[in-house]
Design a binder for this molecule. Structure first.
Ligand code: NOJ
Length: 551
């Protein structure tokens, strides 16, 4: 497709902000909306066209905002509605759209809808959530396990019934079968559209449709069956999604990107593209390549580069003619990519440049997670008690249950905890990395004295400036936006190389994922190098972790 015919969001870079960790302007130790406004020039300078803001609604913060207590307000910890409106206006002045996160599979158990629903069996919202009687012996209706571990059912004394929660106990699932529930959710989304938001990221949407019959799933070693295996992307879900599109998104100049970790390639056309429910969906196969079993952190898989290339190539092909994908290596649920895709001991600055070259030259909309553009890395805290992330606590319990020692379990927490990506943003070498003057809600990564935006801005060889170079290159060359993708050197276990071509003009990306020097084939040697992560490069080979773009 010609670049001229693409929509604005297909040509944009999206920057994801985890507001709690971005910039604190009050000394509270948690970030806020004014903090986001403070850094809009930084984001414009980087080349961002949109900001995906993870939830800023009122929330008890059991899951850091993914437990929403009011869908049409701002949590006072983040600021006021006036701050939010100001953010939209200030971002707009810089050509940046604000994208909100819709958490519609579940609400918080402190949402007034749930408080009413749980009060008795006859109230007006009695079936706004998913309630079932106990089994005759008093046990939960099914053996389903929530995604954060433990039974997906919690007993409610007032109603003498269980309610279903795909995630934490404090995140009861909404009953999408009820048209009033759906309408209330659509109204909330339209509320934000009226404020001028540029789109939505839609959370956990594959779980909204529950099976027609509630029966036990095939149990794992803990006797429970994951809700993901039981009902992710259950038949009938598309009817809800098409209605959602019609009532909210259709005809608007916005984009939608769904978190949809269960959609098979053959179903993709119903989910994205011309007639799909959404504009894009997040694919998980590359970010989960390091797991042998679901997303269990203690079953690591020793993946090969050819496997990573295959899944990325498959997703490039899946959307070659219809639909569009986001490209990402990080978000608030994943470890830092330099630690996730490279072994311990790797030079993370070089590794960050390798991933950036891939991220910014594949076909799709690149998503950059805060700090990724600085080459931020994982943290390692001593005890599970040091971790805030509810997912880490669930995984830790499961690991102990399955017989791992505390030390073994902590190793997995260090490797995969979601807190790795949630530490405060590293702005400068001052107190708390310039994030806050108060006591920060999570410790700052110790490497902030060197890995920070101010220092990297001044260093022409920094990860930050490498990102800027690539973003500028992408913006200036339509081949890198809409050109066809072709995998090169498919058998190589060291080099990831691919071309992007449009109307006879071609760019080639070649990056060395390995720690060895790798000689290049003759047809690469003859090509014109336009940028390289090494200042002293040799056209005949790639040094360890070298990234290069040819034209
Ligand atoms: C996916 C979100 O990205 C994650 O942070 C959250 O814990 C779950 N959905 C539940 O909302």
């Amino acid at each position: 497709m010609a670049a001229e015919n693409l929509k604005w969001w297909q040509k944009s870079i999206v920057y994801q902000i985890y507001p709690k960790s971005f910039q604190d302007t009050t000394g509270s130790g948690t970030g806020d909306l004014r903090g986001v406004i403070q850094h809009l020039d930084y984001l414009k300078n980087l080349g961002a066209g949109a900001i995906w803001l993870t939830p800023v609604y009122p929330s008890p913060m059991i899951d850091n905002g993914y437990d929403v207590a009011d869908y049409t307000a701002i949590d006072p910890a983040y600021g006021t509605m006036a701050d939010f409106e100001n953010l939209i206006a200030e971002a707009d002045k810089r050509g940046i759209k604000i994208v909100m996160d819709l958490v519609y599979n579940h609400s918080s158990d402190k949402h007034k809808w749930f408080l009413e629903s749980k009060s008795n069996r006859t109230n007006a919202k009695a079936d706004w959530y998913i309630w079932r009687d106990a089994k005759p012996d008093g046990s939960p209706p099914t053996n389903w396990r929530g995604i954060f571990g433990g039974s997906a059912w919690t007993w409610c004394a007032e109603r003498q019934q269980y309610y279903l929660h795909s995630f934490a106990v404090e995140q009861p699932d909404l009953n999408w079968e009820n048209p009033e529930v759906r309408q209330a959710l659509y109204d909330a989304a339209n509320f934000w559209l009226d404020k001028g938001v540029g789109g939505f990221r839609i959370d956990a949407i594959v779980y909204i449709k529950k099976p027609a019959e509630f029966i036990d799933g095939k149990p794992d070693s803990d006797g429970l069956a994951s809700v993901h295996d039981v009902y992710a992307n259950t038949s009938g879900i598309l009817n809800f999604l098409y209605e959602f599109k019609e009532k909210v998104f259709a005809g608007r100049d916005i984009f939608t990107v769904a978190e949809a970790n269960a959609v098979k390639p053959e179903e993709l056309k119903y989910w994205v593209g011309e007639n799909g429910a959404f504009d894009m969906l997040f694919e998980f196969s590359h970010v989960n390549i390091m797991f042998a079993k679901g997303e269990a952190w203690h079953y690591p898989y020793d993946w090969k580069l050819t496997e990573l290339k295959k899944v990325l190539t498959d997703s490039q092909k899946a959307t070659a003619d219809n639909g569009w994908y986001p490209i990402y290596f990080e978000n608030h649920d994943k470890p830092r990519s330099v630690n996730n895709f490279f072994p311990k001991g790797t030079d993370t600055i070089k590794a960050a440049k390798v991933l950036a070259a891939v991220l910014l030259t594949l076909r799709g909309t690149p998503f950059i997670y805060e700090g990724q553009e600085l080459g931020c890395t994982n943290v390692e805290w001593d005890s599970i008690e040091d971790y805030d992330d509810i997912g880490s606590h669930g995984q830790y319990r499961l690991m102990l249950q399955e017989g791992l020692t505390a030390a073994q379990a902590m190793k997995c927490i260090h490797r995969f905890s979601r807190d790795n990506a949630r530490t405060p943003m590293q702005w400068n070498a001052e107190k708390n990395a310039g994030f806050s003057t108060g006591k920060t809600w999570l410790p700052v990564n110790e490497n902030y004295k060197t890995v920070n935006a101010a220092a990297e801005d001044k260093d022409s060889d920094s990860v930050l400036n490498w990102y800027k170079k690539l973003i500028d290159l992408r913006a200036a060359n339509k081949e890198l936006i809409s050109g066809d993708y072709q995998l090169l050197l498919p058998e190589s276990e060291e080099i990831f190389a691919f071309s992007r071509s449009l109307d006879g003009k071609t760019f080639i990306t070649a990056v060395n994922f390995s720690n060895q020097k790798v000689n290049l084939p003759k047809d690469f040697i003859d090509k014109k190098i336009i940028i390289d992560s090494e200042s002293n490069f040799d056209k005949n080979f790639l040094k360890p972790l070298e990234a290069r773009i040819y034209q």
